[in-house]
Design a protein around this ligand. Structure first.
Ligand code: MLT
Ligand code: ZN
Length: 482
């Protein structure tokens, strides 16, 4: 492990604390972790340090802190907002949680898993299944996203309808704070009213208040069966009406309700190998719906099929299919989960992760699209996502063939879209966080009272601004640069 010329002592001290094998300073080996998933930000790091336990994280934070060096925590590097990419304007250690992969406890009785920050979401799914329970949060990046990052960003995903975002699944947190102390809040208590909820303060803090080293997570009963349907519809309003009808018929069995416009499906079919259209005809809007049932419940596929048939008979839905096998269900999910990847392959676009009240979403989609396309001639809106949560990815693609458009217009488009969202009382970051990508827009659109309170919290817990600088709050506002 070659120490960098500028900070050899620092890396030597870290090597003594966590072992030389936990340090990577070779530029080629570090490179993949220094650029964000979307490839828009590349940062610099003195080294990537991957401790094996919380004590190691504490040691690194203390040693770096004493030298005034920033720490950027990173899990699977799947942030959509460059929240785990180090800065370019100050020296930083990239602290990787990837070796902290232990599931410390699994309790079917308490319905709890205690997982370390580096546990990959898909591994937690498998572990929970192994004891006959289920961890309900899911998203396209489940094969690489880690528990620490999912908590730090309060991740949402495709299965939020019934059990909520990550926040609602975190029962306890263990985290290393900026001074190197360990907050041991892993207790499995369902009720605990001892004042400020540090667990919920750390959730969604994007690594700016502490580094999540482990969490107690809520497990829910396993679903004995699931039914996955794909529905063709004429409009988002029809889709929302269908959601309410399905809820009336099936109750909280509905766990996912994801909407895609025709263009999103076309992009997936064009760019993702092995995909094919699920319905005979093309429809302006499509919905993927998933319902689950416990062993004692009725035949959920039959119930979903009957409800969808009724929706077609009444003219609400245009066509529908329900997967007849687990392989078919997976194929439908692949269509939905590949939209982001298909967009990435297709080229640059102005991406937005917005929410408005659920009932306002159909009108918002219609009006905002019209306004964006009028203000930016040729721009192509592609809005898809979590209709049931009032959260869509309202992305705007360049006019066909205009390769310079994104660089020229991307910023103006984002400001335009966000202004429309704010006018609806919505949020410019529904589930991806602020990171670096949304920072300027967050500061531009945020209520000053919210910003002032956030700055005060940051100043109290990380007065020197050493934890994940440049994310969530501007550098200048979180303390003196080191
Ligand atoms: C999704 O819903 O597919 C993800 O949040 C990814 C994205 O926004 O591109
Ligand atoms: Zn999403």
């Amino acid at each position: 492990m070659p120490a960098t010329a500028t900070h050899p002592d620092l890396l030597e001290k870290i090597a003594v604390a966590v072992g030389a094998g936990a340090i990577e300073a070779d530029p080629a080996a570090m490179a993949p972790w220094l650029t964000d998933w979307r490839g828009r930000y590349t940062g610099r790091a003195l080294a990537i340090v991957s401790p094996r336990d919380a004590a190691g994280v504490q040691a690194v934070v203390r040693i770096a802190g004493a030298a005034g060096i920033a720490i950027v925590p990173q899990g699977g590097n799947t942030s959509m907002v460059a929240g785990a990419t180090p800065p370019v304007d100050r020296p930083a250690i990239l602290l990787s949680l990837r070796r902290m992969t232990r599931i410390r406890a699994l309790s079917p009785e308490d319905g709890i898993a205690v997982a370390e920050g580096g546990v990959i979401l898909a591994d937690l799914h498998a572990a929970a299944e192994g004891i006959g329970r289920r961890f309900p949060l899911s998203l396209a990046a489940k094969g690489s996203a880690t528990i620490g990052g999912l908590i730090a960003t309060n991740a949402g995903g495709t299965q939020v309808l019934r059990f909520g975002t990550m926040r609602s699944l975190v029962l306890g947190i263990e985290a290393v704070l900026a001074d190197g102390s360990l907050f041991e809040g892993l207790s499995a208590l369902r009720k605990d009213n001892r004042g400020y909820d540090l667990r919920q303060l750390l959730a969604g803090s994007e690594g700016t208040l502490g580094i999540v080293t482990a969490a107690s997570l809520r497990l829910v009963p396993a679903a004995a069966r699931r039914a996955v349907g794909w529905v063709g519809l004429g409009s988002p309003q029809d889709a929302l009406t269908l959601l309410r009808q399905l809820e009336d018929a099936l109750g909280d069995a509905i766990e996912s309700f994801e909407i895609l416009p025709r263009d999103a499906l076309a992009l997936v079919l064009a760019h993702i190998p092995g995909t094919r259209a699920p319905l005979a005809e093309d429809h302006p809007w499509q919905v993927l719906v998933e319902a689950t049932a416990p062993a004692s419940g009725g035949d959920i596929a039959e119930m979903l099929t009957a409800s969808l048939a009724q929706a077609i008979d009444s003219g609400l839905a245009r066509d529908a299919t329900v997967a007849a096998s687990e392989a078919q269900a997976e194929a439908l999910w692949k269509l939905r989960e590949s939209v982001s990847e298909a967009e990435r392959v297709d080229g640059a676009a102005a991406k937005h992760d917005v929410s408005v009240p659920v009932s306002a979403m159909p009108a918002f989609l219609h009006l905002a699209r019209g306004q964006v396309e009028a203000a930016f001639p040729g721009a192509r809106v592609l809005a898809f996502g979590h209709l049931g949560d009032g959260n869509v990815h309202f992305n705007v693609r360049p006019p066909t063939g205009d390769t310079g458009w994104f660089a020229r217009e991307g910023g103006a488009v984002s400001r335009f879209v966000h202004d429309l969202v704010m006018a609806e009382g919505g949020s410019i970051s529904a589930e991806h966080g602020i990171g670096q990508l949304k920072l300027a827009e967050f500061v531009r659109t945020a209520d000053p009272v919210r910003l002032a309170a956030m700055r005060a919290i940051k100043a109290a817990l990380d007065p020197r601004g050493l934890l994940n600088p440049g994310k969530l709050l501007p550098l200048a506002e979180i303390g003196p640069a080191q």
